[in-house]
Design a protein around this ligand. Structure first.
Ligand SMILES: [Zn+2]
Length: 252
C-alpha cells in the first residue's frame, strides 16, 4: 500500500551497504521508522531529502507494521542552515532524541509535529545571541507537549510555595509533602532559584515568540538546563524499567 505524508527526519542510520533506516516524525502517523535506498551519489536530491531535520513530503510503500520503504521524498524545507551550524545541530539533535525517547511509535500527534516544525523555523530565523534561551525553552515546551514536564510551579502535591525539586517525583515539593511516604527520604532535593522558576513558567505558558524576547541571566539558563537534564535522566531510567510508563503520554 502506498501512502503519502509530510515528515521531518529525526535521525538516520546505515542498515547495510545499500540501505538506510530513517526515523521521522509525521503528523498523521507519529514517529515512524522506514527503509530508504542509500543514495549512491552523495549530492542526489533523494539523498539530501533524507538528511536529519529535513522537512519533506514522502511516499511510503508497504505495511506500517513491518517497516515500510520510502520510495519518494520531495523537500519542502531542507533546514540545511541548522546542519551547517554545529551548535544548532547538536541542540536540535538533543530535541530529536528527547522526542524519540518520550513519544511512543506510531502515535499520531499533529500538535507535536507543528510544534517541532515551528522550532526548526524559529531557530533558523534567529540571531546567534538568544539561541541558548530558545533551546532551553524548546526543551521545556517539548516536555510539556508530550505530557512529561517537571512540575515546578509550587508544590506538585498541595501547591504551597517551595523551591525544592525532587527528581524522583518530577516535581517541586513542600517540606510537609516531601516528608510524606511518597518520597524516598534519602533523596536530596535541588533548590531552584526563584527567577529560574519564573523563567520556566513563562517558557511553558507564554507563546514561544513572547518567551524568546525574555533575556534570562546566564545562571538561570544553566540552572534550568541542569534541572531538565536531571528530569530527563530520571524519566528515561524509569522508562527502561517500566513498560507501562508510556500509558500517561496522552495527558497534556
Ligand atoms: Zn506540599
Amino acid at each position: 500500500m502506498l501512502t503519502k505524508t509530510e515528515s521531518i527526519v529525526l535521525k538516520t542510520r546505515k542498515y547495510s551497504e545499500a540501505d538506510l533506516i530513517v526515523t521521522c516524525l509525521t503528523p498523521d502517523k507519529g514517529i515512524i521508522s522506514a527503509f530508504a535506498k542509500s543514495p549512491r551519489k552523495t549530492r542526489s536530491r533523494f539523498g539530501s531529502s533524507l538528511e536529519p531535520l529535513t522537512h519533506a513530503k514522502i511516499s511510503l510503500w508497504g505495511k506500517e507494521q513491518s517497516m515500510p520503504k520510502i520510495t519518494q521524498s520531495d523537500i519542502i524545507n531542507s533546514f540545511h542552515e541548522l546542519r551547517d551550524n554545529f551548535h544548532d545541530f547538536i541542540n536540535m539533535s538533543k530535541l530529536s532524541e528527547i522526542l524519540i525517547a518520550l513519544m511512543p511509535e506510531a502515535a499520531p500527534n499533529k500538535k507535536i509535529f507543528s510544534f517541532f516544525l515551528s522550532i526548526l523555523a524559529l531557530i533558523k530565523s534567529s540571531e546567534e545571541e538568544p539561541k541558548d534561551a530558545l533551546f532551553i525553552i524548546a526543551q521545556a515546551r517539548l516536555l510539556a507537549i508530550t505530557g512529561y514536564a517537571p512540575r515546578l510551579k509550587g508544590c506538585g502535591k498541595c501547591g504551597r510555595k517551595s523551591q525544592n525539586f525532587y527528581p524522583d517525583s518530577g516535581a517541586i515539593l513542600c517540606s510537609k509533602c516531601a516528608s510524606s511516604q511518597y518520597v524516598r527520604l534519602n533523596e536530596a532535593p535541588l533548590k531552584i532559584a526563584d527567577r529560574t522558576l519564573g523563567f520556566y513558567t513563562h517558557s511553558i505558558e507564554w507563546p514561544i515568540v513572547t518567551s524568546r524576547r525574555l533575556k534570562p541571566h546566564k545562571d538561570t539558563l544553566t540552572e534550568l538546563s541542569a534541572v531538565i537534564d536531571m528530569h530527563l535522566k530520571y524519566l528515561l531510567n524509569k522508562k527502561l524499567h517500566s513498560s507501562s510508563f508510556l500509558a500517561g503520554t496522552e495527558r497534556e
